[in-house]
Design a protein around this ligand. Structure first.
Ligand code: G4P
Length: 532
């Protein structure tokens, strides 16, 4: 393959995650994207909540039983000359550390917000991780076909709650039963709403230029027309203006209004989003930046999905390709394992099916069979190369439980099982400092992981456990290297623990105790993420 055609393949790639609070419309929006890409023919085929999600990944018994997807999946499709990879970040109870890790593989994020609700807790959490990586964040303000909050108020909400300035790219005209359409600011064009073609590709549209006042007045009615004229004036004077550099640096979020369900404003959003985002960017390794267009293949593991086949105890390692081209059967060097190997059964997700890939490029995600050698954050590259990508941070769990085996004779299996599951990154385990107690504290990002842990210990290690929920909700790593942890004086609700790597941490019940502990211990530095 020539360098030019390699560059062409990579330049058309866009790899992003969609983040939202459950029910804001992430699945509906994804489905409409797929519709434009021709990856599916009918709306409704991505989920029909229980059934299709099921089809995407019925790998684990627990998923089958509950009809939910435990880990995130990746969808690839083509649209308008672009090759799009959407990383799904699961919500509801299946929210886990994997959800955060998936964001490490994305180059940008689409944030879906329910316009009746504004910023919600899960949006806030996921946003924080995107902000940490400084990736571009685009907002789709959804459900304008329902009564929505005032658009100026919604923008304020994003700025105040998330601390990112916004730049409205289009502007809604009314909402709910008075929803008339959006005003496209760049083209100075009013796009009229029609939901008669609900769910189809054709969606829209009649367009009227802002300058054609008579036609607008007739189409909108005087009240909506006057309101729009007022808003346009306010917007031009007040809002942040579009600045590509700021967007690229994750310091300004372009906002689009629309309605995923009625397919209004979706294509407008998709087209602009694709134009405004860049193809895969260089990634930082210990040897410096690795450019995507390169003879050298490289990738890092961001997620490991364990035990898809109980009989084999196999795992799939999901990798984000950072540079070059991947060919099925090619030899790669696993840096952390110091071994040259072949990646077997490489696969990709296409709409709701897994299929074997023959080739993939920087920006793509592949899942490979893992005989138990990969860890999260590992690098693979072309043989002869030797560099490691920056590690994936450990994220603060939010739910804690004390866990012990019921049968004391099974202590050994219990410790082995829980340690292996923690090494895979499905849970985090902690030990109380200086108590000599053998009990293990488990921390998880989403409560479903407790069930996954119980299920896996019983089924894979034959150990039954007892779990007692602990009231802690906040954990912080101690960033200071030389500190006598014994001397840290905290609040009464604070507990000192160590993690799998023996790093000291503090657990708190109340969030205000964190500030108080910082005040009491001058120089103490606490972190919400732990960079390895
Ligand atoms: P999620 O993936 O973010 O959790 O949200 P999802 O797309 O499943 O949407 C949640 C609910 O909101 C769904 O309704 C969906 O139809 C609805 N919805 C999504 N976008 C819009 C929109 O633009 N306008 C309106 N009015 N509704 C929207 P549901 O009744 O909970 O589920 P379903 O039975 O329709 O699947």
């Amino acid at each position: 393959m020539t360098e030019k055609s390699l560059a062409r393949e990579i330049e058309k790639r866009r790899t992003f995650a969609i983040i939202s609070h459950p029910d804001a419309g992430k699945t509906t929006l994804t489905e409409k994207f797929l519709l434009y890409g021709g990856a599916i023919n009918l709306a409704g085929s991505v989920k029909g909540k229980a059934t299709a999600r099921h089809a995407v990944s019925d790998w684990m018994e627990i998923e089958k039983e509950r009809g939910i997807s435990v880990t995130s999946s990746v969808l690839q499709f083509n649209y308008d000359g672009f090759c799009i990879n959407i990383l799904d970040t699961p919500g509801h109870q299946d929210f886990s550390e994997d959800t955060y890790r998936t964001l490490m593989a994305a180059d940008s994020a689409v944030m879906v917000i329910d316009a009746a609700k504004g910023v919600e807790p899960q949006t806030r959490k996921l946003f924080k991780v995107c902000a940490m990586r400084k990736i571009p964040i685009f907002t789709f303000m959804n459900k304008l076909d329902r009564d929505a909050r005032d658009p100026f108020e919604l923008l304020d909400d994003i700025e105040n709650e998330l601390g990112i300035p916004t730049c409205p790219m289009n502007w809604p005209i009314g909402s709910g039963k008075d929803f008339k359409g959006v005003y496209d600011r760049e083209r100075e064009m009013v796009v009229l709403f029609s939901d008669t073609l609900k769910g189809t590709k054709e969606g829209v549209k009649e367009e009227i230029p802002l300058s054609d006042k008579d036609a607008l007045l007739e189409a909108l009615g005087s009240e909506a027309f006057d309101a729009l004229m007022d808003d346009v004036e306010l917007l031009d004077g007040a809002g942040s203006s579009f600045d590509r550099d700021e967007v690229d640096a994750g310091m300004l979020s372009p906002v689009f209004f629309g309605s995923a369900l009625t397919n209004f404003g979706v294509e407008l959003f998709l087209q602009n989003f694709l134009k405004m985002t860049s193809s895969p960017m260089p990634r930082v390794a210990d040897s410096g930046e690795i450019a995507p267009v390169s003879d050298t293949f490289s990738a890092f593991v961001f997620k490991i999905q364990a035990n898809m086949n109980k009989a084999h105890r196999d795992r799939i390692a999901f990798m984000r390709i950072c540079s070059g081209k991947f060919n099925a059967g090619m030899e790669v060097y696993h840096v952390q394992g110091d071994k040259v190997m072949r990646l077997s059964q490489p696969q990709q997700m296409m709409a709701s099916e897994r299929h074997i890939v023959d080739e993939a490029y920087a920006g793509d995600i592949i899942g490979v069979f893992d005989p138990g050698i990969f860890s999260i954050g590992d690098t693979v590259c072309s043989p002869g190369q030797r560099f490691a990508f920056e590690g994936i941070p450990t994220f603060a769990p939010e739910h804690f439980a004390r866990v012990r085996q019921i049968d004391t004779m099974k202590r050994k299996q219990f410790v082995k099982g829980i340690t292996q599951i923690a090494q895979e990154g499905a849970i985090q385990i902690f030990h109380e400092l200086n108590t000599g107690l053998e009990e293990i504290i488990v921390g998880v990002v989403g409560v479903l992981q407790f069930e996954v842990l119980k299920y896996r210990l019983e089924n894979e290690y034959n150990v039954e456990i007892r779990m007692d929920t602990l009231p802690y909700g906040h954990i912080r790593w101690i960033a200071n290297r030389d500190i006598d942890v014994d001397k840290i004086s905290g609040t009464s609700d604070m507990k000192k623990v160590t993690d799998l790597k023996d790093r000291p941490l503090l657990l708190f019940i109340n969030s205000w105790s964190i500030g108080m502990t910082l005040e009491r211990n001058e120089g103490l530095e606490l972190e919400e993420f732990s960079r390895n």
